[in-house]
Design a protein around this ligand. Structure first.
Ligand code: SAH
Length: 409
């Protein structure tokens, strides 16, 4: 399924989003065209069942191969010893377990690790592992670049290349889990949580993201509980309306503003799906869950003098009163050329206290991996941009520098 926006808005950035989404070929562009073999890494259980039935095998093979690939980290069919020799040979003729190339790994002083991963076609995405008290969170990318162009996010400035396919999304989990497995040098805390908060908008890559998150939660793959896999969205409402029919992953929404006027500036997608429409859809998502105690996470990036005032906090208290949620406050992380400043500690804790006093659970996300540019919103990878946005952004930066030079003589 491909989510397409209807053409209703006249705004420039939305026209651009619409245009880009129409011209990008569908997600299968992730396939390595040089290989005619099917990559089993990106198939969910049903996809594997279909595959095995197509080669005349029984469907229980799907679970066997899932375990080999994802639990034991095996990529060679010859090592999958509970499959008959003839099946192993047949598999190596028609299929493969192919991972993207890890270009580099950066280790932060605080234990955060960032991987730069090259995808078919040459562009690179990033994923980040963040060890915290009692857990290890992996932040995964869903697209190469992003079309949404939120004004405070580094990824948007890189433009957009294409969707990741399901194998490229799940491979990020595979790579981290294998690198941090017990017995490997470094004695790391295992990956316990996965968040789709890296590069891209997950709900604009719906099918591949759903396949990947369902693998993350599958008992024969990574087996994470639904509370430990979180999909974060800027609010692609038609896709969000369908999400609850195909998965029960935890949901985070990137709100960042308590009213449409401000959010229109920060998250251009808001002009298409305003706050009330988004919150309605998020509540409907929760209503589809069997466990009625579940909550969404509201992400709110605090920027100095932009959205960090006491009146913003009070407006947020009112806005969210009918939505079961907890609030995650994220201090803005600067990146080269960004227009905003980080919130002051005073303003941040005052903001949090107002939410607490109103009865909300509100936490401050501490900045991690700053020294390796791995913090929220700093992920940029290497995107072969197909939208020309990155060029326009560079031109704008050059203009600004020029102005500074002229003013400072
Ligand atoms: N497109 C998805 C997921 C990627 S962004 C979404 O919008 O939710 C993951 C989170 O980091 C979002 O809440 C995003 O708004 C936030 N973020 C982006 N840039 C940031 C920055 N420079 N500083 C802090 N948080 C940022």
């Amino acid at each position: 399924m491909r989510v397409k926006f209807a053409r209703v808005s006249k705004s420039n950035s939305l026209t651009l989003i619409n245009k880009v989404m129409e011209t990008i070929p569908n997600s299968q562009t992730g396939a390595d065209l040089s290989s005619s073999k099917i990559n089993l890494l990106g198939l969910g259980e049903q996809g594997l069942i279909d595959f095995f039935e197509s080669i005349g095998e029984r469907k229980f093979r799907a679970k066997q191969v899932l375990k080999w690939m994802h639990v034991r980290g095996v990529t060679e069919f010859s090592e999958m010893t509970d499959l008959s020799k003839s099946l192993r040979e047949q598999l190596s003729q028609v299929a493969e377990v192919r991972l993207p190339e890890v270009v580099s790994r950066s280790d932060s002083e605080d234990g955060t690790i960032k991987w730069l991963i090259r995808t078919a076609g040459g562009s690179c995405v990033e994923s980040v592992y963040i060890p915290e008290n009692g857990r290890g969170t992996l932040c995964v990318s869903s697209q190469i670049g992003c079309v949404l162009d939120c004004s405070f996010c580094a990824t948007g400035k890189q433009g957009f290349n294409r969707d990741l396919d399901a194998s490229e999304i799940i491979a990020q989990v595979w790579i981290a889990v294998q690198a941090l497995a017990p017995g490997r040098a470094g004695n790391y805390r295992a990956v316990t949580n996965v968040v789709l908060m890296g590069m891209g908008e997950p709900l604009l890559n719906f099918d591949n993201v759903v396949t990947a998150v369902n693998l993350m939660m599958h008992d024969c793959a990574y087996g994470y509980s639904k509370r430990r896999v979180t999909l974060s969205t800027a609010g692609v409402v038609p896709a969000l309306d369908k999400l609850g029919d195909v998965t029960d992953v935890s949901l985070a929404i990137s709100l960042h503003a308590p009213n449409d006027e401000l959010r229109d500036q920060l998250v251009p997608l808001n002009r298409k799906y305003p706050i009330a429409v988004l919150l309605d859809s998020a509540r409907r998502y929760l209503e589809k869950m069997p466990d009625q105690r579940r909550k969404i996470t509201v992400e709110y990036t605090l920027m100095d003098q932009i959205n960090d005032r006491e009146e913003h906090a009070r407006e947020l208290v009112e806005l969210l009163s009918a939505t079961p949620c907890k609030i995650n406050l994220i201090p803005f992380n600067p990146f080269p050329g960004s227009d905003y400043r980080r919130v002051s500690n005073n303003a941040m804790y005052r903001f949090r206290d107002i939410l607490h006093e109103a009865g909300y659970t509100a936490t401050v996300r501490t900045t991690r991996g700053d020294d390796i540019a791995a913090a929220c919103g700093q992920l940029a990878g290497e995107v072969n941009d197909r939208t020309r946005r990155s060029q326009r952004y560079r031109d704008k930066q050059a203009d600004k520098l020029q102005t500074v030079k002229i003013i400072s003589g």
